[in-house]
Ligand binder design. Structure first.
Ligand code: EPU
Length: 441
């Protein structure tokens, strides 16, 4: 049965206590699947998460002729029989991956067509940097009603490109284009998120020659051929931060395995500043809890190593329990507070403004985007069978945290959005002491 026929029923109000394992990172697993297409031999990816975005990417790769064998969480991707360069949208819908396929497949074919890009509606999310990159490397791109068609004559050529903003996706496109382009490429103002560094490691293990430096610069010496490799997908740092916020918000105690605490970077600083605590138990095992009564803060989202935009939603739920006025300034996406309205229905006291609060003016200043949030706490959350509808993937997990701390029973619908990025949510949470079920609506 399709996941849009189900809702989550959560009875909350108790501290959430227990242990769970973070799954493989969505925002690396799907990129690693695309990277596999650059090779002439199969690639094996371990610890792939059972999530909708992997399923969507799987369908797109199979549709162009890649052979994929799944054995538990291990995917073996054999690109040797790829015959088509026309990527269709699978029945399960689109995600952000088509635009990355454009660059990755352009070494193999002299014309590649991909459908329009999907993903969460959290802002305009243009793809202009990707298209600009393809042109820098010597290709051309036509935008059609259905999507994008990229063409090249001869081999792609190494280039120098400065991204207007350190975009994760555009950096990935540049990497895919540069690894097999002729000669040297320089990508300036590149993204350096842990998933990007992991992608660079994956590409290096396929034979790519990529140098990083202390600034946001990546230098690539193009090679004529890449070979398949084997790599585990790193644990999801977004998921791990969400479980930390669940512990902090519910005054619980949650141990998360499978995560490198280094990847949580500044999250750990912000978490501690508001009263959260953590303990490093084993190399990839971190315990999160509340150290004292929560206090308010000012947070600004930013590219890595800043506070990730994907952490702000669970963190906001925790701030509803802090004593005082907190501010979140979202500087990565112009429209990522769609979830606050429903939160107010559960008793939170939040307000949005178009001003850049709490920091420097960002790219969205003097426009009409409500991209700063004021959260007044503490507000006990309560739910009398309230139904809340998920607006986007990360907001989905934030709603689970809100429902977990709200006294009473809540229903969450639109869970197909959440399940695009989080796997086995119900069994993993239910084996702690949270009353959560996936029921027919
Ligand atoms: N941007 C442009 N033009 C472009 C590309 C990006 O203007 O051609 C702008 C975007 O509109 C946005 C900013 O640059 O304002 C950053 O976008 P970026 O390209 O970095 O984002 P992305 O690659 O589309 C990935 C993750 C997001 C995560 C961001 C930022 C994937 C599939 N998605 O998106 O994750 O928020 O990087 O870290 O990797 C999520 O997982 O829920 C999610 C949205």
């Amino acid at each position: 049965m399709a996941s849009d026929q189900f809702v989550y029923r959560i009875r909350g109000g108790e501290p959430v206590v227990g242990h769970l394992t973070a799954l493989g990172a969505k925002n690396f697993a799907t990129k690693a699947m695309v990277a596999a297409l650059l090779a002439d031999t199969p690639t094996q990816l371990l610890n792939c998460p059972p999530i909708g975005d992997v399923v969507i990417t799987h369908s797109m790769l199979e549709a162009i002729g890649a052979k994929i064998h799944a054995d538990g969480t291990t995917l073996t991707i054999d690109p040797t029989d790829i015959t088509s360069s026309q990527v269709p949208i699978p029945d399960s819908g689109s995600n952000r991956i088509p635009i990355l396929l454009l660059g990755a497949l352009l070494h193999r074919f002299d014309e590649v067509a991909v459908p329009v890009v999907g993903g969460c509606r959290i802002g305009e999310r243009p793809v202009d940097f990707h298209l600009m990159a393809i042109e820098h490397f010597g290709g051309t791109v036509t935008t059609t009603k259905e999507g994008y068609v990229a063409r090249r004559r001869g081999r792609l050529r190494g280039t120098q490109i400065r991204l207007p903003y350190p975009s994760v996706g555009a950096t990935e496109t540049c990497l895919f284009l540069g690894v097999m382009a002729e000669g040297r490429s320089l990508i300036a103002n590149a993204a350096i998120e842990p998933e990007i560094i992991e992608l660079i490691t994956l590409l290096r293990s396929m034979g790519a020659v990529i140098f990083t430096s202390a600034g946001r610069e990546i230098v690539i010496e193009g090679v004529p051929q890449l070979l398949g490799t084997r790599m585990p997908i790193l644990g999801d740092r977004i998921e791990a931060a969400s479980w930390a916020c669940l512990a902090g918000a519910s005054d619980g105690d949650i141990t998360v395995s499978g995560i490198d605490p280094n990847h949580l970077g500044n999250f750990l600083a912000h978490f501690q500043q508001v009263g959260g605590g953590f303990e490093l138990l084993e190399p990839r095992k971190v315990r999160f809890f509340r150290r004292r009564a929560l206090t308010p803060t000012v947070v600004e989202t930013d590219v890595y190593p800043g506070f990730s935009t994907d952490w702000q939603q669970p963190f906001a739920i925790m701030l509803t329990q802090a004593h005082g006025i907190s501010i979140i300034h979202e500087t990565v996406y112009e429209n990522r507070f769609g979830y606050l309205k429903a939160l107010n229905e559960l008793g939170a006291n939040t307000q949005l403004t178009t001003h850049c609060l709490g920091g420097l003016a960002c790219r969205f200043s003097n426009q009409n985007h409500e991209h700063s949030a004021i959260i007044v706490g503490p507000t006990p959350l309560t739910s009398d069978e309230t139904m809340i509808t998920i607006p986007d993937l990360r907001a989905g997990l934030a709603y689970i945290i809100a429902a977990a701390i709200a006294r009473g029973t809540s229903y969450i619908r639109g869970i197909h959005l959440l399940e695009r990025g989080y796997g086995d949510v119900v069994p993993r949470l239910a084996q702690m002491n949270l009353h959560i079920e996936r029921v027919l609506r």
